[in-house]
Write a protein that binds this ligand. Structure first.
Ligand code: SAM
Ligand code: SF4
Ligand code: SF4
Length: 340
């Protein structure tokens, strides 16, 4: 399985696979799973539609053999998937063609991390990204639409750090919701070794009523935080989504993910697999291709489906985003389905 199999129409290689373990979540963040849509009537995937761990492992193994270096487990809330620790253990045993280990990351709301951080570390998870949009208990409750206390998330972050995980925080910045807190969130983690990445609120999915005015441009985030503690850019972004800024006084760094104001489709090396086994080659895709028939047929069939689809990919939604896409949006998969 040579590297020539994996360049897409723009020559981008598949390096990063995001695997959703469930479409369920114990929070109802208003911009991701608004309760009006994801309420008691919402029908989630039945258990028998979820990829099994054997199926996930097969897809991951084939992907890694073809050049994928990083797996990210996401959801919904991935820690709700029973047995997640044993899945991590299986994935951590995979090796790149040169024998090198792969990077296994987790994106989580952290409400289950106090309990699971240590077993996940033992299982071989490499790193943790925690989504946290507010440090104010009331704002947290309002944005996450939950009765679970903010302390549960903060304890989860502490637990992850205590067992030695590199931890990043993802903060989606939304005007009028949490943008007043930017400086406070940066300050809370400055000097702790935890990098906060501020994410421009995106027009993903079709349920969150996104408006351009809700989005706070990354340039404003960097300017505001830098006013308190001067920042300087760190190197080139490469294929990473975040552009990194470090505090001039050496007290750490922040990142900004500017998918609206500075799209990075040109270096997009990511594909996503939904919990029911559909492959999406863009966060803004309308539909994905069902990998399950190929999974039943064996590794070669999975390789053909995965890399065959990748080869024909020409996605660059964020670069093309404009008045037309915003006024007449195509149907788009929900973020809670493919996990960001
Ligand atoms: N439940 C896990 C969590 O919250 O970390 C994993 C899944 S969640 C869909 C992944 C990430 O997507 C979270 O960091 C969340 O904040 C982000 N997200 C969801 N909707 C978004 C939007 N409209 N714009 C930007 N980021 C969004
Ligand atoms: Fe759940 Fe994560 Fe979406 Fe919030 S952002 S509703 S925690 S999946
Ligand atoms: Fe990649 Fe699509 Fe996002 Fe562009 S819009 S960076 S192609 S996922």
């Amino acid at each position: 399985m040579g590297a020539e199999r994996i360049g897409d129409r723009y020559g981008r290689e598949l390096r990063d696979l995001r695997i959703s373990l469930t479409d369920r979540c114990n929070l109802r963040c208003v911009y991701c799973m608004p309760r009006e849509v994801f309420g008691t009537d919402h029908v989630f995937l039945p258990k028998d539609r979820l990829l099994t761990f054997d199926q996930i492992e097969r897809i991951a193994r084939v992907a890694v053999a073809g050049g994928v270096r990083k797996l990210r487990l996401t959801g919904g809330e991935p820690l709700l998937r029973p047995g997640v620790v044993s899945l991590v253990e299986r994935l951590a045993a995979l090796r790149q063609p040169d024998g090198a280990p792969i990077d296994i990351a987790l994106t989580t709301n952290a409400t289950g991390l106090s309990r699971l951080a240590a077993p996940l570390k033992d299982a071989g998870l490499s790193r943790v990204t925690v989504s946290l949009d507010s440090l104010d208990p009331e704002t947290f409750a309002r944005i996450s639409d939950t009765k679970l206390p903010l302390s549960r998330v903060l304890d989860g972050i502490d637990a992850a750090r205590a067992v030695g995980f590199p931890v990043k925080i993802n903060t989606v910045v939304r005007r009028g919701f949490n943008d007043e807190e930017l400086e406070a969130i940066a300050e809370r983690f400055r000097g702790t070794g935890v990098a906060v990445r501020f994410i421009e609120y995106m027009d993903v999915g079709a349920t969150n009523g996104w408006r351009l005015d809700d989005m706070v441009p990354s340039a404003e985030v960097v300017e505001r935080i830098g006013r308190r503690h001067p920042l300087k850019p760190v190197g080139q972004r490469g294929s990473a989504t975040a552009s990194r800024w470090e505090y001039v006084d050496g007290s750490g760094e922040i990142g900004v993910i500017s998918s609206v104001t500075e799209p990075f489709c040109g270096s997009c090396t990511r594909a996503r697999v939904s919990a029911d086994g559909r492959l999406f080659t863009c966060l803004f895709a309308s539909d994905g291709i069902d990998l399950r028939p190929a999974v039943d047929d064996g590794d070669e069939a999975v390789a053909d489906a995965l890399f065959g689809t990748w080869r024909t990919r020409d996605d660059r939604y964020s670069e093309l985003r404009g008045a037309q896409t915003m006024e007449r949006p195509r149907p788009r998969v929900e973020m809670s389905f493919i996990g960001g």
